[in-house]
Design a protein around this ligand. Structure first.
Ligand code: S3P
Length: 172
């Protein structure tokens, strides 16, 4: 079966939800940030510091490309991955299904708060909010849009994702 990609902003719960969805559907799970870190043997923050965001994005696209050569995966992308037209093309050409996890800004903000030290693109709430607004139209290109309150657990969101997948003909 085609892969499932989870997209959405930092702190939307893509990794936690993706793990549960993969377990429920008996699929493999890939966290794209982890794949990039493993490939370069550096943390995301170190990659941003040594290669810049451009270097990180190149590695991200390369790892994303590898996932599209496989099937039966659930892939949690990083918050900026789906804003790249090249990445969206890779996913579309692979016939995969994309799910947008969409908690409100306030929920994301209270999860990550000012200056998340592990996320180089979360510099402060004001700049993160600008990115959130800029990226939203890209996330909305996903076939499945899960509007969340932000108080759901990863198990709840996985339930919602699995029901939406059952109702999406291209997901089977
Ligand atoms: C980024 C989000 C991060 C990671 C990197 C850049 C972004 O992933 O890919 O720090 O630009 O939004 P998460 O969405 O998993 O935090």
């Amino acid at each position: 079966m085609s892969n499932i990609y989870l997209v959405g902003f930092m702190g939307a719960g893509k990794t936690a939800t993706g793990r549960v969805v993969a377990r429920r559907l008996g699929r493999g799970f890939v966290d794209l940030d982890d794949a990039v870190e493993e490939q370069l043997q550096l943390s995301v923050r170190e990659i941003f510091e040594s290669l810049g965001e451009g270097g990180f994005r190149e590695a991200e696209t390369a790892e994303l490309g590898k996932t599209t050569l496989k099937v039966d995966l659930v892939v949690a992308t990083g918050g900026g991955a789906y804003s790249s037209p090249d990445n969206r093309r890779l996913i579309r050409d692979a016939g995969a299904v994309v799910i947008f996890l969409d908690p409100p800004w306030e929920a994301i903000c209270s999860r990550l708060d000012e200056g998340d030290r592990t996320r180089p693109n979360w510099i402060d709430d004001r700049r993160a909010r600008t990115l959130f607004v800029q990226r939203r139209p890209d996330y909305l290109l996903a076939e499945i849009h899960l509007e969340l309150t932000g108080s759901e657990s990863p198990l709840d969101v996985a339930d919602m994702a699995c029901s939406a997948l059952r109702e999406t003909p291209c997901a089977s």
